[in-house]
Design a protein around this ligand. Structure first.
Ligand SMILES: O=C(O)CCC(=O)C(=O)O
Ligand SMILES: [Fe+2]
Length: 317
């Protein structure tokens, strides 16, 4: 059974404490859950998926007018198929995936318009004029939901309720729109959609279409991946990232996108349909220190979120 939490209960004072505790215990055990009543309006989700479809069907030369730089930073703009390979990062893919599986995806990375360090790389005027306003709005909705979730997690952990929110004041969060093109089933022998990895940040809110293929490692550390059946675009899957694991001991679950279960059985023309996803990554402020929040922890040098981020992302581009 896939764990789920109805977040509308957070807004009922008589149920708040209990839902926060349930939230934390589920994330400690599994590292992910389906978030029901997440607060991002369905109309905004529809607009975001429509904008994603519209952008990715543009000719490649149009998409390349707002390119991700050839380096890992800033993590902004359009990455064509083949540019980023998550399986190339050491400690991500299992040792058995050698040489690593290549990712069959193209993606667009967006930061906050308020990020003090990096500017967004938007499609220039005339290429796709709905893209910037749609995703700016979606980003802001994601940030509001993020702050509520961080409050719930703080309460569930027994910390003052602003504890985690205060570590996310700078809006260093990122939004990633991904298109996995239709591919032949046989391609999954040497490639995948996104190789097994953990997310680097605090929490991820993931929206996906109905195609499926998202898999989580369950039980934790088992090396076995279970399909997470897609409930369609309005469903939000919340998973824990590495920073929250360090701060509070919640489980940062390894996950990947591979051959969807359904197509394994149906074998439609030997092709796996295209897939779209939108992932909102809540990330700590760059200067935030990654040391346990619940206990004193050993004295010594702890990484800042920025140092950790640079370490983990190195090698993906
Ligand atoms: O496309 C998906 O469903 C998952 C993407 C993902 O895990 C990521 O970008 O970190
Ligand atoms: Fe991920």
């Amino acid at each position: 059974m896939f764990p789920s939490v109805d977040f509308s209960r957070f807004h009922d004072p008589s149920q708040r404490e209990e839902v926060c505790r349930q939230f934390v215990s589920t994330l400690k055990e599994y590292g992910f859950l389906k978030l029901i009543n997440h607060g991002i309006p369905f109309a905004q989700i529809d607009l975001a998926f429509a904008a994603a479809r519209h952008f990715f069907q543009l000719p490649l030369e149009q998409k390349l007018k707002s390119p991700h730089p050839p380096t890992t930073h800033p993590h902004r703009g359009f990455s064509p198929v083949g540019l980023e390979n998550v399986g190339a990062v050491s400690g991500y893919g299992s040792a058995t995936e050698s040489p690593y599986l290549r990712d069959m995806k193209e993606s667009y990375d967006i930061g906050s318009e308020h990020d003090p360090l990096y500017k967004n790389i938007w499609p220039p005027p005339g290429v796709d004029d709905a893209f910037q306003p749609t995703f700016t709005t979606f980003f802001e909705a994601g940030y509001r939901t993020e702050l509520t979730i961080l409050k719930a997690l703080s309460i569930g952990l027994g910390l003052p309720e602003q504890t985690l929110g205060q570590l996310h004041a700078d809006q260093t969060n990122e939004l990633r729109i991904t298109h996995y093109p239709a591919v032949a089933r046989g391609d999954f022998v040497h490639s995948t959609r996104i190789a097994a990895h953990t997310d680097f940040g605090t929490i991820t809110l993931l929206f996906q279409d109905a195609v499926g293929g998202l898999q989580m490692e369950v039980p934790p550390h088992s090396g076995q991946f279970a399909d997470i059946e897609s409930g369609g675009p309005y469903e939000c899957i919340l998973n824990v990232g590495d920073c929250l694991q360090t701060w509070a001991g919640l489980h940062s679950a390894r996950h990947r996108v591979h051959l969807p279960d359904q197509s394994r059985e149906e074998q439609i023309d030997g092709m796996v349909p295209e897939r779209f996803s939108i992932a909102y990554f809540a990330k700590p402020d760059r200067a935030a220190i990654l040391r346990p929040l619940l206990e004193a922890g050993p004295e010594g040098k702890y990484l800042t979120a920025n140092e950790f981020q640079h370490m983990r992302i190195a090698g993906t581009y």
